[in-house]
Write a protein that binds this ligand. Structure first.
Ligand code: NAD
Ligand code: WQD
Length: 340
């Protein structure tokens, strides 16, 4: 298949590009590089032994997207392009709706024009909001707690209406839990700009000496060790989940929503311990107040992904920590080593 990945040079997009390309698909990337670097392309070339075509454009440039769909005879699109920082979405909701909702509408307009009607959409577990029960299954009520989550839910709803309007559409919204880790080569991984918001990239920067200590946001939750628990999923498992969704769509029309998680949750201290064991580094810790908007615990019901997509997450916490660290080391960011 010829597959277009919007946001394809980003964290999850680049790993999915590897999985799809190595499975024999023709992969085309489109990105405006607002949260990624063109150097990802060279690193993808190293992993794959060939260059992937990449178009520098914003998904809101409908005519450019339309041209790309025609020129590369695209069969399916995976729509990763979007902004994802929760606190930024609270501070600047218009930016988030413009990028995530307007961007998706622009893509759909281009796809409709060219009659490309197979789409996988990057949604998020954040659409569920406060758990009424756990694990979250796909029928759990949705009530996002911030504009970022709301933007994801709005797009899911547009996609549902679209599939209902035309039976040729094949659409899967994948609700990711907490993606972490990196490709085994250590060449691509998560590269947040500035000080990371998310736990794993923050831990990596503390281990490498770039940040002095980890703040643990809350130690009095009703969880096993009092810290927040999340369903961390290896980014390569997540990438494989996209290929599984495309395979499912080849034989099933209509729209579909599927969780991609492991079904297990880990606390902050468990992550820190696993990371310390693997790296031999000590992660200095400070307990801090709970972070506004954080939930105590959530994790995925994974039955639907297994039943429909024939996909399960295979990689464990150790592999998540090992690959994150390898990526960090290869980037030459480890304090001291570069100075020696
Ligand atoms: P990322 O920021 O690394 O990748 C997104 C890519 O999209 C970046 O390369 C960015 O430059 C590009 N982009 C953003 N807006 C664009 C636009 N208007 N036009 C063209 N390119 C644009 O993020 P990621 O972690 O790879 O996330 C990919 C998708 O998955 C996002 O939609 C995100 O909301 C969703 N998601 C991510 C997580 C997570 O924790 N990483 C969890 C759930 C869902
Ligand atoms: C995990 C746990 C924190 C940093 C976010 C988005 C979500 C989704 C995934 C896109 C929590 C604790 C964190 C730190 C800490 N993204 N923590 N110290 O908040 O579960 O999910 O990313 O869709 O929408 O909200 O992930 O990695 O920020 O936090 O103690 O410096 O680690 O309190 O319990 P989160 P996270």
């Amino acid at each position: 298949m010829n597959i277009l990945l919007t946001g394809g040079t980003g964290y999850i997009g680049s790993h999915t590009a590897v999985v799809l390309s190595q499975a024999g698909h023709e992969v085309v990337l489109l990105d405006n590089f607002c949260n990624s670097s063109p150097s990802v392309l060279e690193r993808l070339e190293k992993i794959l032994g060939k260059a992937l075509p990449c178009i520098e454009a914003d998904v809101r440039e409908t005519d450019v997207v339309e041209k790309v769909l025609r020129e590369y005879k695209i069969d399916a699109v995976i729509h990763f392009a979007g902004l994802k920082a929760v606190s930024e979405s609270v501070a600047n909701p218009v930016l988030y709706y413009a990028n995530n909702v307007q961007g998706s509408i622009s893509l759909l307009q281009a796809m409709q024009e060219v009659d490309v009607k197979t789409l996988v959409f990057s949604s998020s577990a954040t659409v569920y909001g406060e758990p009424q029960y756990l694990p979250y299954d796909e029928d759990h009520p949705t009530k996002p707690m911030n504009p970022y989550g709301q933007s994801k839910l709005q797009v899911e709803e547009i996609l549902r209406d679209l599939a209902a309007s035309d039976s040729k559409w094949r659409i899967t919204s994948l609700r990711y839990f907490n993606p972490v880790g990196a490709h085994e080569s250590g060449l691509i991984g998560e590269e947040p700009n500035g000080i990371p918001n998310n736990l794993m990239p923050y831990v990596v920067k503390v281990a490498s000496g770039e940040l002095p200590h980890l703040n643990i946001f809350g130690d009095d939750y009703e969880t096993l060790d009092g810290t927040g628990e999340r369903d961390y999923i290896h980014v390569m498992d997540l990438a494989e989940g996209h290929m599984a969704a495309l395979h499912f769509q080849n034989v099933n029309a209509g729209s579909n929503v599927v969780n991609l998680g492991t079904g297990k949750s880990s606390g902050v201290l468990e992550i820190v311990k696993a990371f310390e064991n693997i790296t031999g580094k000590v992660i200095p810790l400070q307990f801090a107040p709970r972070r506004a908007g954080d939930l105590p615990i959530y994790f995925a019901q994974t039955g639907l992904a297994k039943e429909q997509l024939h996909w399960v997450a295979k990689r464990n916490l150790i592999e998540m920590c090992e690959s994150s660290w390898k990526f960090q080391e290869l980037q030459g960011h480890v304090k001291g080593e570069s100075e020696n």
